[in-house]
Design a protein around this ligand. Structure first.
Ligand SMILES: [Zn+2]
Length: 364
């Protein structure tokens, strides 16, 4: 029996190839758990649900990361959407749900893959940080360790499993969905490395308020995708711990434009960066509190400000003004602090402008 069994296995290996979807054999409430996805295995013209087996935790259980795959009835490009790398940034989860509510795999060419909640522990802790329990614990910024490590700490292993188990080999382009951090807000804002093929086009398909031409951030998911040949942008949708329908709706128009521009869906493109008159800048400057106190931000998102204009004041507990913060140059307001409690180093206002200096041409 033994030789025969080996032959069956060899035959299976020879016919399915080595990159087949790797099922753990577990099923949670009817959803199969996988270690690795291979799009080529899946039935076309259908939406598939999986749990990716994430890193294991201190009680010996694996985190389970929800994965949605719409495999079109015809071949085409493969677009990825990823939400919840920072666990307090939630608008992207609703964007993905809305994309899949609208998607008919029978009319789709190619595939859309989505990860809803990459940072399992950060989501539960309302935090951008993956929560480590070992030794005295601590947090790891989950968007500075991509593409992860097979034998790293729990956070690095979770990233490695997502990057290699879902994205590598399955996507041509991945949009990483974020918001500004808790206590601060963005409008609809994009980080895009215009040096990378396909990224300028991808960014400008969105009717964003602001696009930041940016040289990337080592360890960020966006940069790991770009380095691996999957054109990527970071799409910042507003503020943390909220669903913001207007911003989500506008992000949805952008995703729909991408699907049409990539030839994955038929139809005319909707509103894009040009129609929205998106502000495309290459230099940002963060105005941060230089002391602790109650901050009142005096400007709004997307507002144009002049050099010397008062942006924020800070008061002590008795109401005395203890600091005034002004704009260093003419710019547009890209982000604001929304939490009045500002300790030293906290963001008050982030400005963006176009700097024509050659040193800033790729972003600074
Ligand atoms: Zn983020």
């Amino acid at each position: 029996m033994k030789p025969f069994f080996s032959c069956v296995l060899l035959f299976a290996c020879a016919t399915t190839g080595h990159a087949a979807t790797d099922y753990t054999g577990d099923s949670i409430e009817g959803v199969k758990v996988i270690r690795k996805l291979d799009l080529a295995d899946l039935d076309a013209g259908k939406i598939h649900r999986f749990y990716l087996q994430g890193a294991s935790n201190g009680v010996g259980q694996h985190w389970l990361v929800p994965v949605l795959v719409a495999k079109g009835s015809k071949p085409g490009k493969r677009l990825g959407l990823q939400a919840g790398v920072h666990g307090d940034e939630l608008n992207g989860t609703r964007l993905i749900h809305r994309v899949f509510e609208n998607l008919d795999p029978k009319t789709l060419s190619g595939s859309v893959i989505a990860i809803i909640g990459a940072n399992s522990t950060g989501l539960l802790a309302n935090s951008r940080y993956y929560q480590l329990q070992h030794d005295s614990g601590g947090g790891v910024d989950f968007n500075r360790i991509w593409p992860g490590k097979a034998e790293g700490n729990a956070a690095e292993q979770q990233v490695h499993r997502i990057f290699n188990g879902i994205w590598a080999g399955n996507a041509d382009s991945v949009i990483d969905l974020h918001t500004q951090s808790t206590g601060t807000a963005y409008p609809l804002y994009i980080y895009a490395d215009y040096r990378v093929a396909g990224v300028k086009t991808l960014a400008e398909l969105f009717p964003a308020d602001i696009i930041k031409i940016d040289p990337g951030e080592p360890g960020a998911a966006e940069q790991a995708f770009n380095d691996a040949g999957m054109a990527s942008i970071t799409l910042e949708i507003g503020a943390a711990k909220l669903y913001q329908p207007e911003l989500i709706a506008r992000a949805l128009v952008g995703v729909d434009n991408v699907l049409k521009a990539y030839g994955m869906l038929p139809g005319k493109l909707g509103r894009d960066a040009k129609a929205q008159r998106s502000f495309i800048g290459n230099q940002t400057q963060s105005i941060r509190a230089d002391r602790g106190g109650f901050a009142e931000v005096l400007v709004a998102l997307n507002q144009d400000v002049k050099a010397g204009q008062l942006l924020a004041v800070q008061r002590n507990g008795f109401g005395d003004i203890i600091a005034r913060y002004t704009a260093p140059f003419d710019a547009r307001v890209a982000s604001v602090g929304t939490d009045p409690l500002r300790e030293p180093g906290s963001l008050l206002v982030r400005l963006i402008r176009v700097n024509t200096d050659a040193a800033c041409s790729d972003g600074c």
